[in-house]
Structure formats: C-alpha cells, structure tokens
Write a protein that binds this ligand. Structure first.
Ligand SMILES: *Cc1c(COP(=O)(O)O)cnc(C)c1O
Ligand code: SF4
Length: 366
C-alpha cells in the first residue's frame, strides 16, 4: 500500500499552512495573509487527498471554497454560534435529544477536513472533551435509561476519525441496549478522506447491523474513483449509504451542478437524502442562499428526474428539521383535491369520479 492510500498518513500529513497549500494551488501574497487571519479564528486542515482535487489556478474552485479559509469568514455581519441551540438541548455531554425516538450523539470534535460552512464551527476542531471515554459513557448511559430511543445517530465532528477499536467499543455498548434498533453514522470521510473506509472498518461495522451511513458530498467533482470505491466497500458490507448536502452559494446552487451531483451519487448507489439550507452560523454568511434558491432547485428536479435523485430540502432549526417544497396541493375539500404537477399543470381529483374511472377500465383487463 502506498502511504497515500493510508488514512493515518492522510491525517498526519494534513495541510495546515499556506506553504504546504502552495504545493496544490497558486496563492497570492494577499490571499496568504487572509488565509492566516481567517484560519486563526476558525481552524483549518485539509487532507492531501482532498487538496489534490483542487484546481491549481481557479480561485472559484468549489473544492477550494469548501476547504480554504476565506477572509469573508471574518467579514460576516450576521450569524450565531449555535443556531440549532444544540447546547441547550443536551441531556448528556455531546448528546442532543430533540426528537421523540432518536438522538444525535457527537462523539468526536475532529474531522479529516474542516469545512468552511460547518454548522458546528463552534466546537469542531477545538480542543473540547468529546472523545473522552467518560463523556461518551455518560451519553451511552442516557441512551440506556431512555427507552424511547430506538435510533442513535453517531456524529461529530466526524466519528470516523476515531480508531476502529474506539468505534467498536461504542457500537458494542449500544448494541447491548435492547431498545436501540438502528445505529447510524454521519461522516464526511468518504468524501474528504475515502482511505478511512478500510475493509477492516467495514468488517467491524457489519458485526453491529443494522448500521447505516450518511455522508456529505456537495459537488460532482468530489465523486472520484477513490470515493466510489470507499462507498462500494460500505455497500458490500451491507451498509446503506445516503448523502446530505449543504446548499452553498457559488458551489452547488445551480441546477446543472446539482443534477450532476445527484445523478453522480445515484451512479455510486448513494441515495440523496437531505439538501440543507446553510445554517446561519457565524462565519458562513458568504455561503447563504435565499430560501427561494432551494425551492427552485427542488422544482427543477421533481418530475424532471427520478424521485430517487431528489433530496428533501431542509431548513434545520431548534425545533427540528423542516422539509420545504412549494405547494402541490392547491385546494382540498371533502370530495375533491386540486393538485399541481411538475410542469405546472393542475388536475382536480374528485374521489367518486376516481372510482367510476376504475370501473370503466376494469372490463378491458382479462
Ligand atoms: C438531524 C438530527 C437527527 C436525525 O434526523 P433524521 O431526520 O432522522 O435523519 C437526530 N437528532 C438531531 C438533534 C438532529 O439534528
Ligand atoms: S465534516 Fe461535518 S462536522 Fe466536520 S467540519 Fe465538515 S461539516 Fe463540520
């Protein structure tokens, strides 16, 4: 195995300064100062793999924009630290219990690459005690004694930054709890460090089925041969893989880019799950799009391509994720509904009429 194929090598050789970054992209002197300034406020680190996807000379490269600190992070006037109020809905360290039957469990504050648009910028990459075993244990205890929790989403930071042994310890504990039916992981490693998805990791995860993985691809350029193989290893281990993208201005907010991403994901057998409105986090304002942009994208996808390719457009909030679409149900009375199709045509469905239609077609069938 080449060292470049080894995730530990990728982690150990992450790019964290301009001098190292210049191996991959051209950086002006002015930009170098800006990267240093923004990088001081919000941590940055990029795997050599992810940096290798960057365009050397294009400052608008979508890979660069997601990974390299920008002075715009410091110039934002709006945004808050914790827009989802996760810290106040936490009954145990790193545990967020917002929905009736499931929890999000942040077991790591580290990631392979620090996305500039991250919702959890407030702690991701900061030295907080999320991976400390006694903190994780307290979260597991809460899950054990809270019988309504049937679904545990292990997230972070990125949980796959933990060693196989540490992950297995968590999985073993969770599997020993009768009411935990499914275990899910949220990880960006298939995109930012696909080397992490080793055969050994997949073999271990498969011992704790049902296990699901949701990952985070934002741009078709991230759908590489390496990413494809990492996803394939997960799928062969029986782990369904879904994708959660963030809608980012200048990165994936055009219908062409979005379609390429969604169709590319289907080719990799990854099911698009959510497309998030970028959360109003401090330092991310330059990525925000108006709500109309997400609604327009959904309108340009639904019906024009398979429903398998169409994610739910989500606005996340302290009271939960809220899926948005423009109205399809234009009128509803006791005996009829007015519905709009993807082309804007409307149809009135009246329920007794529907029954008559069925009676009319019935004799034609043998
Ligand atoms: C997103 C999230 C979940 C999981 O939500 P699904 O819609 O089931 O994928 C669970 N808990 C919290 C706090 C979340 O933010
Ligand atoms: S991988 Fe996820 S948690 Fe980590 S920086 Fe990116 S968006 Fe944030």
């Amino acid at each position: 195995m080449e060292p470049i194929d080894d995730w530990q090598w990728q982690m150990a050789n992450r790019i964290t300064d301009v001098a190292a970054l210049r191996k991959y992209v051209e950086i002006s002197e002015e930009q170098a100062l800006e990267i240093d300034a923004a990088g001081k406020k919000f941590r940055w680190a990029i795997t050599p793999y992810y940096a290798s996807l960057m365009d050397r000379s294009d400052v608008n490269c979508p890979i660069r924009k997601q990974a390299i600190p920008s002075i715009l992070e410091l110039q934002c006037s709006r945004g808050v630290q914790d827009p989802l109020q996760e810290e106040t809905q936490s009954p145990a360290p790193g545990l967020i219990h917002r929905y009736p039957d499931r929890v999000a469990f942040t077991v790591s504050s580290e990631c392979a690459m620090y996305c500039r648009h991250c919702t959890r910028k407030r702690f991701v990459g900061q030295p907080v005690q999320r991976t400390n075993w006694s903190a994780i244990k307290a979260g597991i205890e809460y899950i054990r004694k809270t019988e309504v929790i049937r679904d545990v989403l292990i997230t972070g930071g990125d949980p796959f930054i933990l060693s196989d042994d540490r992950l297995e310890r968590i999985l073993k504990e969770l599997r020993a709890i009768d009411h935990v039916e499914i275990i899910r992981f949220g990880t960006r490693t298939p995109c930012t460090m696909p080397q992490r998805i080793t055969a050994k990791l997949c073999e271990m995860l498969a011992k704790y089925h049902p296990v699901w993985v949701n990952t985070h691809f934002n741009h078709p350029r991230e759908l590489t041969e390496e990413a494809d193989q990492a996803v394939d290893r997960l799928l062969r281990a029986g782990i369904p893989v879904g994708n959660q993208s963030v809608l980012l201005r200048g990165i994936n907010d055009s219908i062409d880019t979005m379609k390429k991403l969604l169709h590319g994901l289907l080719k990799m057998r990854v099911r698009p799950y959510y497309l998030y409105q970028c959360d109003p986090v401090i330092g991310t304002e330059h990525f925000w799009t108006p709500l109309e942009a997400g609604l327009d994208l959904i309108d340009q996808l639904q019906g024009y391509t398979t429903g398998l390719a169409v994610p739910q457009f989500i606005v996340d909030s302290p009271i939960g994720k809220i899926p948005l679409t423009r109205p399809r149900l234009l009128g509803l009375t006791q005996d009829h509904a007015v519905l709009r199709n993807y082309e804007g045509k409307t149809i009135t469905i009246s329920y007794p009429l529907q029954i008559e239609l069925q009676e009319m077609v019935a004799p034609a069938c043998p």
